[in-house]
Ligand binder design. Structure first.
Ligand SMILES: C[S@@+](CC[C@H](N)C(=O)[O-])C[C@H]1O[C@@H](n2cnc3c(N)ncnc32)[C@H](O)[C@@H]1O
Length: 462
């Protein structure tokens, strides 16, 4: 079959690729098609054609895969949030494991690494403790909304339609956040709709309302509401906060982050506290953590405990070791390991996260952890002694190559690498290969219904 740009063809989807897309291979030539699962027969239009692969846009299903199950969420076919709801959870886990194995082999040329079965998430809905909804002056209508003339198109609060940067689906119910979040979101939406102030226009960079960020504490069943606006308008956001407090009795924190940055960041240049405290308190195991609006905290609280158990098992500490935790966020890994090691140092670039980490250590009576604020690239060269164990949990982009060189130079006996991106995991493990052998990789699912997978790799110095 010849695959030509703008051509239309019929394909059988045979696999799921990392990134979540279905994969067809007519005459061995890979064609990726979004929103498809193995077993689907589809008619597609080829929208991108490269030398070794192509991308097709779904026109219609000729027949649907027997693998499919009904999605719980009405936005599942359109929203960029969780694209795999139509796939049974066990099958999702099989594909996630396969993606880790394939990334290690194809990107990192690591073909003999034992990859364990994925540890499943205890809950597969209502598991996300943080959701960030964009406010947009351009609402994208799902098919069932198209016929409704009463819907105003100049306000959408929700998640982006994949492939567009300025249009959002107005998400009135999100199944992966705890149920009450939907009521809080509906309240904020109604306030914004009648506020007389426009939502942000992502193309023109005008408008007021930018994001509604919700954080939930599983331990306390409390919420943080972070209203992100382009400008400062204290009377309006104060009225919003008061109306929220009147309606919900478990709001621990309401803050207003203000940013006129054109890029899609929700971190404010200024933060105003409107109600309660600047932080929300969560518990992991026996430790409590205070998390502020702009600090990183693992988004699936229960699965995070499972992840940290794996990290602790791989660290295999006796109580006498020194540990260095790179990319330490709010200090959760150092504190989790605190009673198993002699001394732990965390390095983190976000100052508020480091401040949270210090407070969290003190709050938990942990006195053997210290936290250094700064870019790891600058801080690592100042380190004088080689730690016995290094834990590395970088963001999706993985480690900077200078940091890889610094880690190799330090030469700790054990390195435990935590990754939310199999591609950068594989790339970084390959770069570390001259100094470290990969003993085992344990994937842990923290993001049901998405293609995302967290992995923990145990590395030993050669
Ligand atoms: C995946 S999170 C891990 C956080 C923490 N280990 C946890 O489990 O909650 C990555 C963290 O790396 C931080 N970070 C990103 N780039 C950094 C850099 N160049 N130097 C130091 N920290 C960085 C981010 O702010 C974020 O807190």
């Amino acid at each position: 079959m010849s695959i030509k740009k703008r051509g239309v063809c019929e394909l059988e989807v045979i696999d799921l690729a990392y990134g979540g897309k279905g994969l067809a291979k007519p005459d061995g030539f890979p064609v990726f098609v979004d929103r498809c699962v193995p077993g689907d027969r589809v008619r597609v239009k080829i929208v991108k054609k490269k030398k070794n692969w192509a991308e097709g846009k779904l026109i219609e299903f000729l027949s649907r895969s027997p693998l499919r199950q009904a999605a719980r969420c009405r936005y599942a076919d359109f929203c960029g949030g969780c694209k795999w709801q139509q796939i049974p959870y066990d099958t999702q886990l099989d594909y996630k494991k396969q993606h880790v194995v394939q990334s290690l082999a194809h990107i990192g040329r690591l073909t003999h690494v034992p990859v364990k079965d994925v540890i499943a998430s205890e809950t597969v809905f209502e598991y996300r403790n943080k959701m960030e909804f964009s406010c947009s002056a351009r609402r994208w209508l799902i098919p069932e909304e198209l016929a409704d003339d009463t819907i105003a198109k100049d306000l959408g609060i929700g998640l982006h339609v994949p492939g567009t940067f300025d249009q959002v689906i107005d998400i009135q119910h999100c199944d992966i956040m705890p149920e009450q979040g939907n009521a809080v979101l509906a309240h904020v939406r109604e306030f914004i709709r009648t506020s007389g102030l426009p939502a942000y226009h992502l193309r023109h960079h005008t408008g007021f309302w930018r994001y509604v960020m919700l954080r939930h504490s599983v331990a306390r069943d409390q919420w943080m509401v972070n209203i992100v606006t382009r400008d400062k308008n204290l009377p309006v956001v104060t009225r919003l906060a008061e109306s929220l407090v009147d309606s919900f009795d478990n709001l621990a924190s309401i803050v207003n982050n203000i940013t006129d940055a054109r890029s899609g960041v929700s971190t404010g240049k200024e933060e105003i506290l409107l109600h309660g405290r600047e932080v929300i308190t969560e518990r992991l195991g026996r430790f409590e953590f205070e998390v502020s609006a702009n600090s990183f905290f693992q988004t699936n609280t229960r699965a995070c405990e499972t992840l940290y158990d794996v990290v602790a098992r791989y660290c295999d500490l006796t109580g006498n070791e020194t540990v260095l935790d790179l990319y330490s966020g709010t200090g959760t890994i150092p504190i989790w390991l605190s009673d198993q090691a002699a001394r732990i140092t965390g390095i983190e670039i976000v100052e508020t996260a480091v401040a949270d980490a210090r407070k969290n250590a003190a709050m938990n009576q942990v006195d053997n952890c210290e936290f250094v604020a700064g870019d790891i690239r600058d801080v690592l060269p100042q380190l004088e002694k080689t730690p016995d164990v290094m834990v590395i949990d970088p963001p999706r982009v993985g480690m900077h190559k200078d940091v890889v060189a610094q880690v190799l130079g330090l030469g700790s006996e054990t390195v435990v690498y935590v990754s939310c991106n199999p591609a950068t995991l594989a790339r970084d493990l390959e770069m570390l290969a001259p100094g470290y052998a990969v003993v085992e990789v344990q994937p842990v699912d923290m993001f049901p219904h998405t293609y995302h997978i967290e992995s923990v790799a145990l590395l030993k110095r050669r």
